[in-house]
Design a protein around this ligand. Sequence first.
Ligand code: CTP
Ligand code: MG
Length: 224
Amino acid sequence: MSTWAVLAAAGRGERLGGDRPKAFMGLGERVLLAESLERLEASGWIDAIVVVVPEEWEEPAILLAEELNAGKVSSAVAGGASRADSVRAGVAEIPDDALIALVHDAARPILPEEVIGRVLGGLGEDWDGVVAGLPLADTVKRVDPHGRVAETVDRAGLYAIQTPQAFPVATLRDALLRGGDASDCAGLVEAAGGRIRVIEGDPRLVKITTTADLAFVETLLANE
Ligand code: CTP
Ligand code: MG
């Protein structure tokens, strides 16, 4: 049985607004991509890793893997216009005999080993996928473009969904083949009729979107 990680790092990072793709922006002393890559490499759950980066960034990604002694990295491939396109390109690199795919966003640098274990441990016959998530703590309102509240949404049962997300490779391949758009992989599997389970994520899995997030994650890393 083998478990492959797909590290989605092919976004442009427009909201961060740097001079290079988000995954190659600095985080502390090194590039953002190094953090999650190193954690996947060190994980006892992961056998091999595919890194998906923007076109022309494959070579820097391989050099980074070498620098980190990340021998599990099997390839670095170019992603596509949407996150789903990028994951599709990554999953295409997974051999047919692999059983499980764990997809993770490089934009979430702090990837705790316990969460990888919970997500993979949560898979079983009854489920087509497992995602990390946290129940929403804040009050939730739907707001129109002018800043006016349209409604207060009942928070019961609402979760913020993170990565990592794990699937049987065949299930994820099928869902990606159907096409369609979703902001996460589970959304594609759901659209194909799949049963997705949510397990406890981790507040440290924050996604870096803006420069404020970058600074926040730097302080989390400094205090680890
Ligand atoms: N991603 C990807 N391929 C894309 C778009 C996104 O691999 N075409 C990845 C990003 O690299 C990131 C994760 O999906 O790790 C979540 O995306 P997001 O946070 O939106 O990152 P960006 O798309 O890079 O940022 P922005 O939307 O601000 O441009
Ligand atoms: Mg994006």
